[in-house]
Design a protein around this ligand. Structure first.
Ligand code: NAD
Length: 478
């Protein structure tokens, strides 16, 4: 297979790295090197920020309906290029076919949604009585950096960048070094086919320390949207604190999925399984702590294990793709050991799959642990693989207590036929998104963000559009 060269996209053109250096990109389904990715440095960051700064006035001052039209055109182009974009993502992440296609449609939806909302950024008039005219304006921050993870590369890029662009900001995206291809291709399509002006959307590739840090520290970057681990989020937060830089942090999770005894178990069992196995568990919102009412515990555990038994790890149409990075592959194996040491019972999985037919890829087994308490490490730490644990509870109050006993607070699910209970419990769960009777229900329209260590700020929905503007108040003595 030919090794592809991937380079930055700055000011509307492909740009080689100032350092002349590249990092290797891998195909997780085989472990083979598939690309050489430009290893950016502060010099490349300077060039991208200068391009974004120069492009800002014209983009910011463009009539919003015209800006929105360009983003809507990007949505059309994304759908037209969906096969190639999904193929790039599959090569770099190992995603199952259906997963990759679904995520690319999500990318189009983000641009469609925020393209349509570009005109919705309105100010308000404030009544100070006679003698004054006072009003607010929502203004873009300016140059924005979007620092991105590898698990849903283009989808998360779209989630951060489309509202930022709709609000009139210019953007520098910094993808994970493991997954730069699709974001680079989108930037090219946007400029060459959709009329996005040069410099409005730039991509600098490379490592967190060498590109991410200089981006956050750059004096002309006015806001950062960071999606990734708590560890890196803290580092970004420290630098941002020095600069008084507004920040959106979308970090990790250890989300509870609560099944009450009155739930329709024929819906709940496959729903709970999807909730933690989607994208081979590499989903920040994955429902990996399955809290089950004691009276249905054994029944549900058997149903979950049964529906997982038929799932295949492998490439292409198999349900469970590989871990996208070697580090993640090793991390899941460490948690198999931790679970063993903590005395959890693997109802299914708990060790690497039979390597036969897996072509040397970074595959792990979908795993369900029972006999778990909420203080074990496997119940407290984000594994970010297809691994969940089941924890029994006796009462609604205990379910809420266990659900909230975590440093995270990104998502939470609950399954019940009792409408009053659904609202009551939803109100008491400390998490940014709550799902009732369908885990991960929602769309580009529904705001997302963390409580506690899962982060702050909101993405998606109208909420995100507001997060990419600040409010100016003008008061005139008449
Ligand atoms: P990561 O934190 O290692 O890297 C994320 C990005 O930050 C990468 O582009 C990386 O190069 C960059 N980076 C690393 N250190 C940096 C620093 N000091 N300064 C600036 N940039 C830096 O995360 P990952 O391994 O790529 O992704 C997995 C994590 O992301 C998981 O914890 C997952 O839960 C989280 N995640 C959260 C969401 C969400 O919406 N909340 C979505 C997807 C993934």
């Amino acid at each position: 297979m030919t090794i592809q060269r991937l380079e930055h996209f700055i000011n509307g053109v492909t740009s080689p790295p100032a350092s002349g250096a590249y990092v290797e990109g891998f195909n997780p389904a085989s472990g083979a090197v598939i690309s050489h990715v430009a290893r950016g440095t502060a010099n490349d960051v300077d060039a991208a920020v200068a391009a974004a700064k120069a492009a800002l006035p014209a983009w910011r001052d463009m009539r919003p309906i015209a800006r929105g039209r360009i983003l809507t055109e990007m949505a059309r182009a994304i759908r037209a290029h969906a096969d190639e974009l999904a193929a790039i993502e599959r090569r770099e992440t190992g995603k199952a076919v259906a997963q990759a296609r679904g995520e690319i449609e999500g990318v189009a939806l983000y641009f469609e949604f925020y393209g349509g909302l570009a005109t919705a950024l309105q100010g308000e008039q404030i009544n100070l009585g006679n003698g004054y005219h006072s009003y607010t304006r929502r203004e873009p921050y300016g140059v924005i950096a979007a620092i991105l993870p590898w698990n849903a590369p283009l989808n998360q890029a779209a989630r951060a960048c489309s509202p930022a662009l709709a609000a009139g900001n210019t953007v520098i995206a910094k993808p994970s070094e493991a997954t730069s291809g699709s974001v680079l291709e989108l930037a090219r399509i946007a400029v060459q086919e959709c009329g996005l002006p040069k410099g409005v959307f730039n991509v600098v590739t490379g490592l967190g320390k060498e590109v991410g840090e200089p981006l956050v520290a750059h004096r002309d970057v006015r806001k950062v949207a960071f999606t990734g681990s708590v560890r890196a989020g803290r580092e970004v937060g420290r630098v941002a604190a020095e600069r008084i830089l507004p920040l959106t942090l979308e970090l990790g999770g250890k989300s509870p999925d609560i099944v009450f005894a009155d739930a329709d178990l024929t819906l709940a069992a496959p729903g709970v399984v999807r909730g933690f196995l989607m994208n081979a568990g590499q989903v920040c919102l994955a429902g990996t702590r399955i809290l089950v009412e004691r009276s249905i515990h054994d029944t549900l555990v058997n149903m979950l294990a049964e529906s997982m038994r038929t799932m295949r790890a492998g490439s292409g149409d198999a349900e469970i793709g590989p871990m996208t990075t070697r580090g993640q592959y090793e991390k899941v194996q460490e948690y198999y050991e931790i679970a063993r040491a903590e005395g959890a019972t693997a109802m299914i999985g708990g060790a690497l799959p039979d390597p036969h037919g897996l072509d040397g890829g970074w595959y792990v087994s979908p795993t369900l642990y029972a006999g778990v308490t909420n203080h074990m490490r496997i119940a407290r730490e984000e594994i970010f693989g297809p691994v969940a644990c089941v924890i029994p509870f006796a009462t609604e109050a205990e379910a809420i207590e266990i659900a909230n006993d975590t440093e995270y607070g990104l998502g939470a699910g609950l399954w019940t036929r009792d409408l009053a209970r659904a609202h009551r419990v939803a109100a008491q769960l400390d998490a940014g998104q709550i799902y009732v009777n369908e885990y991960l229900a929602g769309g580009v329209e529904t705001p997302l963000g963390g409580y506690k260590s899962s982060g702050y700020g909101r993405e998606k929905g109208l909420e995100a559009l507001h997060h990419y503007t600040h409010v100016k108040c003008v008061t005139i003595k008449l």
